[in-house]
Design a protein around this ligand. Structure first.
Ligand SMILES: NC(=O)c1ccc[n+]([C@@H]2O[C@H](COP(=O)([O-])OP(=O)(O)OC[C@H]3O[C@@H](n4cnc5c(N)ncnc54)[C@H](OP(=O)(O)O)[C@@H]3O)[C@@H](O)[C@H]2O)c1
Length: 265
């Protein structure tokens, strides 16, 4: 039995990857692809959908959501929140890959998860989530003794900074060492008049070219360094992980999930 999937912001870089993955993966069927009415794709047939089940790019979100078992959304925070109202009304699970939510927006998503299953995940790649597992082990074991720095790299068009994944990596380190990222993170050292403290976690951001996404965590010890790194070579890895997790999400109870829940299941 195939899982019916609707894709929001289907014309975006991630939206297009999700469409490719959804139309080529076993066990899922693309039933709706949402886009803005002014977009050149609007009304056109989605490539990869057979003539039997022609799917067109549409802005009829309510109808599309109703016909799907799960919605996948990689867009903008404001767009995701407006879609959230529709999916809650129709009790349809949603995987939100959008990043850059503020605290209030995150609380709105958390509240909505009492009514439907929601996965809110700033990095849907399986590899990056495996990196997070390895990071937790390293941080628990040597985190107290190391100087830790996080460096993230993304393409020139990425607006929010640091990446949601970089923040997540910081939180994993702090959870493993019984500390708080708010207290330890340093984003700008220009005004510092002291050497780095043992506790601080520097978070650096690179925005350049076509870099899909790279995250490094450096543990600098006396006379030796360890770097744990994940690099996405193409957006396909985010889309593949998102499709797998979206299928899984359709079987979950109401609640807020991450890729770690999927990997641990
Ligand atoms: N979770 C992960 O693993 C992961 C991986 C990569 C990216 N992301 C995140 O996913 C999000 C999208 O990234 P992207 O690279 O795909 O961005 P993008 O190429 O700029 O796509 C953004 C999409 O949002 C649509 N959009 C913008 N404003 C809209 C509005 N007012 N109403 C409806 N649709 C609107 C755009 O439509 P138009 O085409 O009409 O402009 C486009 O389809 C970002 O937050 C990014 O950080 C997450």
């Amino acid at each position: 039995m195939k899982i019916n999937i609707a894709v929001n912001a289907a014309t975006g870089r991630m939206g297009q990857q999700i469409i490719n993955e959804a139309t080529s993966s076993q066990g899922v069927e693309l039933v709706a692809a949402f886009c803005r009415s002014g977009h050149p794709f609007f009304g056109k047939t989605v490539r990869g959908t057979g003539s039997e089940h022609d799917i067109q790019y549409t802005n009829e979100i309510q109808a599309g959501v109703s016909s799907s078992q799960v919605v996948i959304d990689f867009s903008l925070p404001s767009v995701s929140l407006s879609l959230l109202e529709t999916v809650v009304k129709s009790s349809t699970p949603i995987l939100i890959g959008t990043t850059g939510f503020n605290q209030q927006q995150k609380e709105t998503i958390e509240k909505a998860s009492q009514q439907i299953p929601i996965m809110l995940e700033s990095n849907t790649s399986i590899g990056a989530n495996m990196m997070m597992k390895l990071l937790a082990v390293a941080a628990k074991s040597i985190g107290q003794d190391a100087h830790i720095e996080i460096i993230e790299y993304h393409h020139k068009n990425k607006i929010d900074a640091p990446s949601g994944t970089a923040i997540k990596l910081g939180n994993i380190i702090c959870d493993a060492t019984g500390s708080n990222l708010e207290d330890r993170s340093v984003y700008d050292r220009r005004e510092n008049k002291h050497v780095r403290t043992q506790d601080e976690i520097g978070i650096s951001v690179v925005r350049a070219g076509d870099i899909v996404g790279k995250h490094q965590v450096l543990f600098a010890l006396d006379n030796e360094n360890i770097t744990i790194e994940h690099e996405a070579l193409s957006r396909e890895c985010f889309a593949a992980g998102a499709i797998k997790a979206a299928k899984w999400l359709t079987h979950q109870k109401n609640g807020l999930y991450t890729m770690q829940d999927y990997l641990n299941s």
